[in-house]
Write a protein that binds this ligand. Structure first.
Ligand code: 5GP
Length: 206
């Protein structure tokens, strides 16, 4: 008898973290290291930062366009973060999951709660900075935001960190390679769940 285990559907991994924690870099590495993993590209009304590319980091749209997409039901979820709209497109994600491909969503805590409500099988992972002081240091080092914006982000970071308790997993990004290893363990174990697999017991012909 041979055992064959098939993945029934792809997994949706939802990553949230205070800005500057390193979740985007972690997600990028997972997409390059793991077969069948991709990062969903959100829509936003915020202006591109230096070096950000349309269709790679975000789809950059204006407010009327975004509102139009809300009305057309094109978003799986959307939220206002730092006074800008952000949203996850519905179509591409469903298509990937149906084809047993995994997807990472990099979204805020409001969006994560909404995804868990409508897709209870999704896996919520909170990436935690080792401390607020370290987060501040990383945000200054990144050099993309003004001091005022950084202070706003830090205030929001504290609120977001309180939400971590509602997530399925918490990964602390103190050491990048270790955090990456933790995420790979989570992804692997989610795939080993019986609820995500079908089992075939194939009788050998004699
Ligand atoms: P940033 O402007 O720094 O790229 O992102 C700001 C925040 O918006 C981050 O917490 C990020 O995870 C979140 N975000 C990005 N895309 C989406 C999305 O499609 N939906 C929601 N709800 N949040 C998003």
């Amino acid at each position: 008898m041979t055992v064959k285990i098939n993945d029934l559907k792809g997994c949706l991994f939802v990553f949230s973290a205070p800005s500057g924690t390193g979740k985007t870099t972690l997600a990028k590495r997972l997409c390059s290291d793991l077969e069948g993993m991709a990062h969903s590209v959100s829509y936003t009304t915020r202006a591109p930062r230096e070096g950000e590319i349309e269709g790679v980091h975000y789809h950059f749209v204006d407010v009327p366009e975004f509102k139009d997409m809300i009305e057309q039901g094109e978003f799986l979820e959307w939220a206002v973060v730092h006074n800008n709209y952000y949203g996850t497109s519905r179509n591409k994600i469903q298509e990937r999951l149906d084809n047993a491909l995994d997807t990472i969503l990099d979204i805020d805590t409001q969006g994560a709660a909404e995804i868990k409500r409508i897709m209870p099988g999704s896996v919520l992972i909170f990436i935690m900075p080792p401390s607020l002081e370290e987060l501040k240091r990383r945000l200054f080092l990144r050099g993309t935001d003004s001091e005022e914006t950084i202070n706003k982000r830090l205030m929001r970071a504290e609120q977001e960190m309180q939400e971590a308790i509602h997530y399925d997993y918490i990964v602390v990004n103190e050491d990048f390679e270790r955090a990456l290893g933790d995420l790979k363990c989570i992804i692997r174990s989610e795939h080993l769940k019986t609820s995500r697999s079908s089992i075939e017991l194939l009788k050998k012909h004699q």
